[in-house]
Design a protein. Structure first.
Ligand code: ZDP
Length: 279
């Protein structure tokens, strides 16, 4: 048997595993698929492991999507991880943690009001870094055409360590996400597949977003996606550097700092239940 704790950030839900004893995840990607199943398992968008820190960090985070693939980063997930760690550490918990991820060092900070603010690092904008073939390797992809689902879309690409393809639309509720999401995710222009966000600009400081996640499908929220969406909005001159991003599961506050050019995300993370399950 192995113990786990279930958390969510705006309805983007994760199974957290105390993996402090070893650097290899305690379960395999195949087991993660079973755990994430909402009918035959615990049910979640992904499984997150709190592993020992490396290279001058407090912890290492790894995550398996519900399809068993491994993303580089997870914005809602790292807020959940920050809460999980403080719950595990009890009285010796800190306010700020340095977390090693496949997207570099990410730094969550626990606010007095229970929210978590995360230094999500620098957005990567060059085509080679997304990665995408929509432009030459050293060029940005801003408002470029992409043929998908029998239509031409204008897309902007941003990597937050993981790939995002952003499209601005008039009415985000009208997008048939279930039908077109997979066609973006598996589009040949994205060799590592992609997360896909549709954004309605309500005002310069308020965006409405729906997301199709790589490896997880429709989710209620996506932290890296909200950061990528704000960066894309700024690159297209559509929004300010600080905005509220409304997702189906609730709101995130995102800022692309003029001072250090890093993205900062603030939002909730909540424990839901804990349990024991067969390995
Ligand atoms: O890049 C991917 O494969 C995503 N599915 C990873 C998860 C992203 C997440 N929703 C977020 O909040 O950033 C957890």
């Amino acid at each position: 048997m192995i113990s786990f704790v279930k958390y969510h950030g705006l309805g983007n839900d994760f199974i957290l595993v105390d993996n402090r004893q070893q650097l290899e995840p305690l379960i395999t990607p195949e087991q993660a698929i079973l755990w994430c199943d909402r009918h035959f398992g615990i049910g979640a968008d992904g499984v997150i492991f709190a592993l020992p820190g490396q290279a001058d960090t407090d912890y290492t985070m790894r995550i398996f999507n519900s399809d068993g693939s491994e993303p580089e980063m997870c914005g809602n997930g790292i807020r959940c991880l920050a809460r999980f760690i403080t719950d595990l550490e009890g009285v010796s918990a800190k306010e700020i943690y340095r977390i090693h991820t496949l997207a570099g060092v990410i730094v969550p900070k626990l606010e007095a009001n229970g929210q978590v603010t995360v230094d999500m690092g620098l957005p990567r904008l060059l085509a080679a870094a997304i990665p995408t073939t929509l432009a030459a390797a050293a060029q940005q992809v801003v408002n470029q055409p992409l043929e998908a689902a029998g239509k031409s879309w204008q897309v902007t690409c941003v990597s937050m360590g993981n790939p995002h393809c952003i499209t601005f639309v008039d009415d985000v509720a009208a997008i048939p996400l279930e039908a077109i999401g997979p066609q973006f995710e598996h589009h040949p222009a994205f060799p590592q597949r992609t997360n896909t966000e549709f954004i309605e600009v309500v005002s310069r400081d308020y965006l409405k977003m729906r997301v199709w996640e790589r490896g997880a499908g429709i989710t209620l929220a996506c932290g890296t996606g909200a950061c990528a969406a704000l960066a894309a909005g700024v690159l297209n001159g559509l929004c300010d550097r600080r905005a509220t991003v409304e997702l189906p599961g609730g709101c995130l506050e995102i800022e692309w700092s003029e001072v250090d050019q890093r993205l900062y995300m603030t939002g909730p993370a909540q424990q839901v239940f804990s349990g024991l399950t067969a390995l």
